[in-house]
Design a protein around this ligand. Structure first.
Ligand code: HAM
Length: 413
């Protein structure tokens, strides 16, 4: 094709797809607002520093995947790669700590990451997300996880698995990381070259390796769960107990790695076996230090985000039908176009879904087109008379032009 195309890793949302997405939005709104979440939307770009400080300079997201640009005035801006840091920024900026806590916020927006595109991985993608700030009650962790499980279930996402873990707090994690690096150095001859090269940079990645030698060595590696504090362990036990209470099935996964640095304590990830390599449908966790890191008062928080495209890829909901057309206005001669226009406009004002002929078709073509639209009624304007046809029964009768709307409303609304 010689014409212009959408940039690599981006896509157009065409009407059939837009209707399925609108359904995701409606279900998210219902599920989340029933639990006290209110919608928030933040700007598509933010000061680069927000993500550097919030998500972490060493993460792949900040180090390699951000679309960063100069705004022309020497200020560095970045297209948001995720929504948690912006929501925390908004919480601080608008003094939301003065509201009753926890403050629960949800969003459905597009995000940008410069990743290698593949099925389920794009450079502009949509996330539905939920963040709750101002409480460290483990019941909030459990509630948030259950809400995501419900959302995925309601949307028909297939073969969902939930993995959870506790990351504890940063100081214990640092000790653990050092111990893990020591362990990896001691076993370096068993490890893959790739893992060996990353011992200092990111020793946790060793748990993700498929390399047989590495896998065999990692069975004996130290586990983070043995390093976290008594209080954090109790918090996590409470979260698990609450999930058990409502019968939500999960796997404890001490090796769960999330690609963002702000997490503390509970982390979780939902995957779908219906997806290929990019199996993560949604994930999140606690970030009890993030608001403070962004200049706010110490405020615990937690949340998750789920990828809209991955939800749609992993669910096989039926196509969503377009809005049904109550009235199609056809006309027998070009001179009647204005009358058709007036009637269709009046019908829409009266609450009906109405369209009129706009492509110069003959009457036969117009009737065929109305059938393709699934129009329930067709008004055929003639020079003298108006005929109203019920497309389901095939019945037609003559009516006054001024009675068309009332006649349809009697049977449809
Ligand atoms: P994340 O795991 O980076 O977390 O992204 C959440 C979800 O967004 C993923 O599970 C995936 O479904 C989707 N996603 C991520 N990158 C892409 C991509 N390139 N193409 C398509 N879908 C993608 C976060 O973003 C955190 N802010 C979640 C969170 C909220 N944690 C606490 N609160």
């Amino acid at each position: 094709m010689s014409g212009l195309q959408a940039p690599r890793g981006t896509f157009d949302v065409l009407p059939d797809d837009a209707r399925r997405r609108a359904l995701v939005e409606r279900v998210a709104q219902r599920v989340l607002e029933a639990a006290g979440y209110a919608r928030i939307e933040t700007p598509a770009f933010e000061a680069t520093e927000l993500f550097a400080r919030g998500v972490g300079e060493a993460t792949d997201i900040v180090a390699k995947e951000m679309y960063t640009f100069d705004d022309g005035g020497g200020r560095s801006l970045t297209l948001r790669p995720e929504g948690t840091a912006p929501v925390c920024r908004a919480y601080v900026e608008h003094g939301m700590h003065k509201l009753s806590q926890p403050v629960r916020l949800w969003y459905l927006s597009s995000f940008f990451r410069h990743e290698a595109p593949q099925a389920g991985r794009y450079r502009q993608f949509w996330q539905v997300g939920a963040e709750a700030l101002g409480s460290d009650d483990p019941a909030l962790d459990a509630e948030s996880i259950v809400l995501l499980a419900e959302l995925l279930a309601e949307l028909g996402v297939r073969d969902v698995r939930l993995r959870i873990a506790s990351l504890g707090a940063a100081p214990e994690r640092a000790i653990y990381r050092d111990d893990l690096a020591v362990f990896l150095r001691e076993h370096s001859e068993q490890l893959s070259a790739e893992v060996r090269a990353r011992i200092e940079l990111n020793p946790l990645r060793a748990f993700d390796s498929d390399h047989p030698g590495t896998r065999a060595a990692m069975v004996f590696a130290p586990r983070l769960a043995d390093y976290i504090s008594v209080a954090d362990r109790a918090h996590f036990a409470d979260v698990c107990e609450l999930l058990d209470e409502v019968g939500l099935v999960y796997e404890l996964d001490a090796t769960l790695v999330r690609g963002l640095d702000y997490y503390t304590r509970t982390v979780f990830e939902f995957t779908s076996d219906a997806l290929g390599a990019q199996s993560g449908v949604g994930g999140g966790g606690r970030y009890d230090r993030l608001v403070e890191q962004l200049g706010g008062q110490p405020t615990p928080g937690l949340g998750w985000a789920a990828g809209v495209e991955r939800i749609l890829l992993a669910s096989d909901g039926p196509p969503v039908a377009p809005v049904p057309v109550d009235l199609f206005v056809a006309y027998t001669a070009p001179g009647l176009r204005n009358a058709a226009f007036t009637l269709a406009s009046a019908a829409r004002r009266a609450g009906l879904a109405a369209q009129l002929e706009l492509a110069g078709r003959g009457l036969k073509g117009q009737m065929k087109f109305a059938g393709r639209l699934g129009a329930r009624h067709v008004a055929i304007l003639g020079a003298e008379e108006t005929v109203l046809k019920d497309m389901e029964s095939g019945e037609q009768r003559e009516v006054g032009r001024g009675e068309v709307i009332a006649a349809i409303k009697r049977v449809t609304l």
